[in-house]
Design a protein around this ligand. Structure first.
Ligand code: LIP
Length: 265
């Protein structure tokens, strides 16, 4: 698995360098997919690079990628290894010139996320983990914060592009703001979760797509976070791949945040 990790680290860095160059160069081209979801030419270029390199090295592996193969079906049913790709997590940030975006690559084998890499090329922050091997930022071990009080906790969250279901999210946001120190909405789930892993955040909750959190979830777990959901996981669904009502925090805050979010209906 070390070879896979080294391959993934190098690939994330190459893709990260590409998106920096693309944004610095000719004007970005922006499109709306699904009517409300921003995608840039840099997303597509990075996706193409990542998928080509994986296909060259691992031709029989599956790829679940936000931009080129978003509908792979239930990856629990796949017997061959699966790569889960978000070429730019935080696309809206990226398109607006913010430097809070990341390349996210996860590797799944035998139903387990074995390798996770999240790279922010604007800050040169490479978050990585191998299952059972710990979590790292630029090669240095990272751990979740040891905050135990909700009243002192900084909680990250986010909101979907489709706003029709926003009302219950505002109810939950009210509960979190009333009981925690503050919230942060930074615009990249992968980086939010990696910030949790290294103690810059104390908790995180959101509903996403698998490619937004697959890599970062492993990094957070290896850094000591408890991960789960504040609503029931459908029967037969592996929780690590379930993308609704995700909750992550250190083991002391997790049950406190869970109770708060479950009660905020
Ligand atoms: C984004 C997530 C973010 C979420 C946004 C969007 P994208 O991913 O990272 O946390 O709130 O709605 O899903 O679209 O930039 O890859």
């Amino acid at each position: 698995m070390t070879d896979v990790l080294q391959f993934t680290l190098a690939l994330a860095r190459t893709a990260g360098e590409l998106i920096v160059t693309e944004r610095a160069g000719a004007a970005l081209t922006l499109e709306l997919k699904n009517g409300n979801e921003l995608v840039t030419n840099a997303d597509l270029s990075a996706d193409n690079l990542i998928c080509q390199r994986i296909a060259q090295r691992f031709p029989d592996h599956h790829i679940l990628s936000e931009e080129s193969s978003p509908n792979l079906g239930n990856i629990q049913d796949l017997t061959l290894p699966v790569w889960i790709i978000d070429p730019i997590d935080g696309t809206v940030n990226f398109a607006h010139g913010h430097n809070h975006s990341a390349v996210s690559i996860a590797f799944v084998e035998d139903g387990q996320i074995e390798v996770g890499v999240v790279f922010n090329p604007f800050t040169d922050e490479m978050f990585s983990a191998r299952r059972g091997g710990g979590a790292f930022l630029n090669g240095e071990t990272i751990r979740v914060a040891e905050e135990t009080e909700l009243s002192r906790a900084i909680i990250a969250t986010g909101f979907p592009y489709e706003k029709s279901g926003i009302a219950p999210m505002i109810t939950r946001l009210h509960a979190v703001l009333a009981n925690c120190a503050d919230i942060r909405r930074l615009g990249s789930a992968a980086l939010d979760i990696c910030f949790l892993a290294m103690g810059r955040m104390d908790g995180y909750y959101e509903s996403l797509s698998l490619w937004d959190f697959a890599a970062a979830q492993l990094i957070a777990r290896e850094a000591g976070a408890e991960t789960g959901h504040f609503s029931p996981v459908p029967g037969g669904m592996d929780p690590q791949f379930y993308d609704r009502d995700i909750l992550m925090a250190n083991p002391v805050l997790f049950p406190k945040l869970l109770a708060l979010l479950e009660a905020a209906q």
